[in-house]
Design a protein around this ligand. Structure first.
Ligand code: ADP
Length: 208
């Protein structure tokens, strides 16, 4: 395939965490491809302008990635969170990163998944990604890392959530206001989640 060097570069740049299948072809020089990455591991270790926290409405800490972020950031993060008066589902608020390598934390509150209100939950989850990106742009953030919001304790099915994550981020970074946002990093923890992202990324970033 003539596009092999491009595909190879995607893999080397960790945009794809595994070599893509030969039948998947990418447009050469498609700038969107350079603006996302897939990373498997601990989001608290990333030295980026901002990491996103899958928080709860209180913003006062919890389990999962929220607990990991508060542990790594230290107690001053909780002090700042106390001043924010919580956060509604689908909205996002920014703090400093304190002891984290990341300079900021963008706290967003994902929906608790519960049929039959699936459409409402999907809108709320999309809103988490969109408002996080809006807050990032307002704060001149160039690199942002997202965990897989709502797919842990909050029970959102990983496939559905990944479609929403990829589609919402793609739509946002195509818009003019996102021009200074250089890279959005999708952070997965489990092998299963990585497999889902690897399979769906080519649908959004973008097959010919
Ligand atoms: P929610 O309450 O929004 O479902 P969780 O924290 O329970 O949030 O889970 C969200 C996702 O974050 C899950 O896929 C979980 O495996 C993942 N996760 C947990 N800890 C970390 C971490 N340190 N870095 C990145 N992802 C993590």
């Amino acid at each position: 395939l003539e596009d092999i060097p491009t595909i190879r570069k995607l893999y080397e740049d960790s945009v794809l965490a595994a070599p893509p299948q030969d039948r998947i072809r990418y447009k050469p020089n498609d700038s969107l491809l350079d603006r996302i990455s897939l990373y498997q591991g601990d989001i608290t270790q990333l030295k980026v302008d901002a990491i996103v926290n899958a928080a709860n409405k209180s913003l006062l800490g919890g389990g999962g990635v929220d607990g990991a972020i508060h542990r790594a950031a230290g107690p001053h993060l909780l002090d700042e969170c106390r001043t924010l008066n919580g956060c509604n589902t689908g909205e996002s608020k920014i703090t400093r990163g304190y002891n984290l390598p990341a300079r900021h934390v963008i706290h967003t509150v994902g929906p608790v998944y519960s049929p039959p209100e699936v459409e409402e939950k999907a809108r709320q989850l999309a809103s988490c990604y969109r408002t996080s990106l809006e807050v990032a742009v307002e704060n001149e953030i160039r690199h942002i890392a997202f965990p897989s919001i709502s797919t842990g304790v909050y029970g959102y099915p990983i496939e559905d959530a990944t479609h929403i994550a990829l589609g919402t981020v793609r739509q946002f970074i195509e818009s003019e206001r996102a021009s200074k946002l250089e890279r959005s990093i999708f952070v997965v923890w489990s092998d299963k989640d990585r497999e889902v992202y690897e399979r769906l990324i080519p649908e959004y970033f973008p097959p010919v």
